[in-house]
Design a protein around this ligand. Sequence first.
Ligand SMILES: [Zn+2]
Length: 233
Amino acid sequence: MEGAALDDVSTGSDSDYSKYWIDWFLNTKGNEYFCEVDEDYILDRFNLTGLNAEVQHYYLEALDMITDNLDEDSLDEKVRDEIDKVARHLYGLIHARFVITTRGLAKMLDKYKKAEFGRCPRVLCNLQPLLPVGLSDIPMNKTVKLYCPRCEDIYNPKSSRHATIDGAYFGTSVPHMLFQVHPSYLPTKSGDRYVPRIFGFKVHDIAEQHRWQDRARESYEEKIREERKRLEN
Ligand SMILES: [Zn+2]
């Protein structure tokens, strides 16, 4: 390892090239929502059951790339790029399975505690940290959204880099499973609601006043009509 580090220094190349594919992936701008899937989780083929059906080709090569077992020097650039594309998709699919395991939930909780998924834009949620959530577990269907456990609503990620991430890489269950396993992190719901006002008066009250005035006018007009009828007869 020391020798490798020295080599990097002496050649001065590969400065921002990580030796580990997962490190590289996680450090790529826009991938901040993803957590690190444990290597032994990926190496246990039982966990990946059925995923080979999700990619057209290069499944094994992509898996080797993710676990740094692919001899990339023997590949031409086009093939390498193709495998890299499959690897990123595959990592997302593995990620969706991993984040609902005990280890995965703990990692997502860590990121949630640091508000790495951002905070609820709703004023009355008082900067409540958010959690990523998918609206579908089927890939290439819906992009990822952010769930606020205080107002129980979902929001679009602010950055377009995050807004285009496949929601299936997180799945529909993460936030809800997280709070089931770690209920102490569920924020207390407040009954605070924004009340629309016009010059300090609740809009509702103003509307109520208007309705009352309308009713009063109607009954007054009705009275006049009756009075007229009575006089005519
Ligand atoms: Zn909220």
